[in-house]
Design a protein around this ligand. Structure first.
Ligand code: DAK
Length: 257
């Protein structure tokens, strides 16, 4: 598939995707989402890629789903379209995804960043679920992932009033992992993605699966799963290599087996 609305880069073991509709603040139309999913799935299938980095430009990560595309749709059109499965496909990627956010991450843009595994934000970032301003509600996890990330009071503040959080507020609320100066947000995220990509690909997938289960299950159920996945790590060559390298005081060389 050739891409018109995203840019794709390979940087060592990191696959980087840039949302690239600057004239529409990277609004997520169906074409962009289809391209994004295709690029993510290519990286997922490529054993040389161990971590994925997703970002927009300085002005916007993404200002939401494309309102102009949605405006005239009926409920059955929306239901019948494949739009939802595109979002689900992003969630099904097993490799770690880092989001680097500068400027607006609104509506579906905020939801897309939250589907990623962690967020690095520029000091200029603004996170919001402003759907209430256009007569709808969040539809891709904004009432669920956001509430789990920031708690009920802040989620209600954002979802009911449409207020945007500054990067500092988002950091305080637990929505983002790190806030950095505007000129450093991408390089910081690239460093983070490269650091992740240096770990065992097997352990990364097990760790991602286990952390994500924390949102889906009871504490006892989650701890049970974690223990099983911990044991499973011992079936990998990477576990042997990681522990051997520690004892030999050298850097491990992980193969993903
Ligand atoms: N859609 C389409 N175009 C957009 C857009 C959007 N979300 N956001 C911005 N644009 C376009 C503007 O129309 C404008 O285009 P032109 O008029 O120049 O042709 C251009 O980007 C620049 O925007 P502004 O002129 O408005 O720029 P400002 O700096 O003045 O304002 C802003 C920036 C971000 C505050 C403003 O653009 C704004 O409020 N944008 C809308 C934000 C918003 O309401 N976002 C939520 C959309 S609803 C689902 C999956 C996803 C979703 C739902 C369901 N399923 C899987 C079921 C998601 C829904 C949403 O995201």
């Amino acid at each position: 598939m050739s891409y018109e609305q995203i840019l794709v880069f390979t940087e060592g073991a990191v696959g980087r995707v840039q949302l690239n509709r600057p004239q529409a603040l990277n609004a997520l139309n169906s074409k962009l989402m289809a391209e994004l999913v295709d690029a993510l799935q290519q990286f997922e299938a490529n054993p040389a890629i161990r971590c994925i980095l997703l970002h927009g430009d300085e002005k916007a990560f993404a200002a939401g789903a494309d309102i102009k595309e949605m405006a005239d749709q009926g409920a059955i059109d929306m239901y019948a379209k494949d739009f939802i499965s595109l979002w689900d496909a992003v969630y099904r990627i097993k490799k770690p995804i880092v989001a680097a956010v500068s400027g607006f991450a609104l509506g579906g843009g905020c939801e897309l960043a939250m589907i990623c595994d962690t967020i690095i934000a520029s000091e200029t970032a603004k996170f919001g679920q402003p759907e209430i301003n256009i007569g709808v509600i969040p539809g891709a996890g904004g009432t669920q992932r956001l509430t789990r990330a920031v708690g009920k009071a802040t989620a209600m503040d954002m979802v009911l009033t449409g207020r945007m959080l500054t990067a500092a507020e988002a950091k305080d609320a637990g929505l983002v992992a790190r806030v950095v100066p505007p000129e450093a947000y991408l390089s910081e995220a690239q460093k983070m993605a490269a650091a992740i990509a240096a770990k065992s690909p097997v352990a990364l997938q097990l760790a991602k699966e286990s952390v994500l289960q924390a949102f889906e299950t009871s504490l006892a159920g989650g701890i049970h799963l974690e223990r099983r996945l911990f044991y499973m790590a011992f079936a990998s060559e990477d576990q042997k290599e990681g522990m051997k390298a520690f004892m030999e005081k050298r850097k491990p060389e992980f193969t993903g087996r």
